[in-house]
Write a protein of this length. Structure first.
Length: 374
């Protein structure tokens, strides 16, 4: 009774951290441990240790939920992270309505959602609102290796929509200055088609490096609507002066030529031409073999080619390309379909087994056998 009364008093006063301490004290008392000592849980012997761990996690959930109710997300996550309650925090973040004028509150939400990976997609959208395109791209670049493929694709989609909207808005602003008005319903592509003067005489409406970055991330997304947005941004880039058409990573050094073929193929345009182009890029880069970046360029070119074939519904060809173009001791990375993914999609288990044997990868060979049976 004394513990419960004290808990009610602390909760009413908003003394959440002291409530947590009280719950741990209560657990030690109920388990017959010395309440005057603060032994680490690992130092407590079984079976008491398991019960103490359960009490600790229960206290984490209790206090974490109370802090969530109070809108103190950073402190709440400190308790809910060890309890593994990411979904609860994600659900609460989905109901948050941050004040864009309250920098501290918004930064706290971004920290938990994006940098603690509780809800990266939502957190990244908030970050773009808070910090803008330049910092948004820099941040996503720095987080690439930390985000899961699904979360990275979701953030990439947010960036593509953001940059498309920014570019379209800037063209509409330019049109309004020229004509006195700008139709609200026109897409980026329609603005360029109907008002070609917007992109004449060296005009540009967005940092060209931001456009290159947005297209690089657009190659990760899987929604046809976003491919169409990217295709329109490519067309805008092709109208830029030559000195503003910045190169990208291999095989997209000629940014707008290569991206036009890539997104065009995904949208059903000049498919065979695109396949031939990216196939030739893998051969040309692979034949070079010089310079500090040659190995990385080889893998980037192979990944783009394999990914394109897979997206075009040619998993068998993608499997063959993966096996032929990738060194036996290397993988193409988590954003490219794996050999096993391609074998499942194509049903070409013989080619998969051959690739595994060349790689001397017994584990992958067994994984294929199990998948084939299933």
């Amino acid at each position: 009774a004394a513990f419960q009364q004290a808990a009610q008093t602390l909760a009413a006063a908003g003394e959440w951290h002291r409530l947590f301490d009280l719950r741990l004290l209560q657990a030690r008392y109920e388990l017959g441990l010395d309440v005057g000592r603060r032994d680490a849980i690992d130092d407590v012997e079984e079976p008491v240790r398991t019960r103490l761990e359960a009490a600790y996690l229960h206290a984490c959930r209790e206090v974490g939920e109370l802090l969530l109710d109070a809108g103190r997300y950073r402190e709440a996550w400190m308790y809910l992270r060890p309890a593994g309650d990411k979904q609860l925090v994600r659900e609460r973040l989905s109901r948050a309505a941050p004040d864009l004028g309250d920098d501290d509150a918004l930064d706290e939400l971004i920290e938990i959602a994006l940098f603690e990976a509780v809800d990266p997609e939502r957190g990244y959208a908030w970050l773009l609102q808070r910090q803008g395109t330049c910092n948004g791209i820099t941040t996503l670049d720095s987080l690439q290796s930390q985000l899961s493929p699904g979360d990275l694709r979701a953030c990439a989609a947010i960036l593509v929509r953001h940059v498309y909207g920014e570019l379209r808005g800037n063209l509409r602003g330019h049109l309004a200055r020229l004509k006195g008005e700008a139709p609200a319903t026109l897409s980026l592509g329609e603005l360029m088609r109907d008002f070609p003067e917007l992109t004449e005489q060296g005009s540009y409406h967005l940092d060209p490096s931001h456009l290159v970055s947005a297209l690089r991330y657009a190659r990760l997304v899987q929604e046809p609507r976003l491919w169409s947005m990217a295709d329109e941004m490519v067309e805008y880039g092709r109208r830029l002066p030559d000195d503003l058409q910045y190169p990208d990573v291999a095989p997209f050094e000629k940014t707008y030529v290569a991206n036009s073929l890539y997104f065009g193929a995904l949208l059903g345009r000049n498919v065979e031409e695109a396949i031939d182009f990216f196939a030739s890029r893998t051969r040309r880069i692979g034949a070079g073999g010089e310079g500090p970046d040659s190995g990385r360029d080889d893998l980037e070119a192979a990944a783009a080619y394999v990914d394109l074939l897979s997206r075009l519904g040619r998993p068998g060809a993608a499997l063959q390309a993966y096996a032929e173009l990738t060194p036996v001791d290397r993988e193409l990375g988590p954003l490219t379909p794996s050999l096993l993914d391609l074998a499942r999609a194509s049903g070409d288990w013989d080619a998969y087994a051959d690739a595994c044997r060349r790689r001397n990868d017994l584990v992958a060979l067994i994984a294929g056998a199990v998948s084939r049976q299933g």
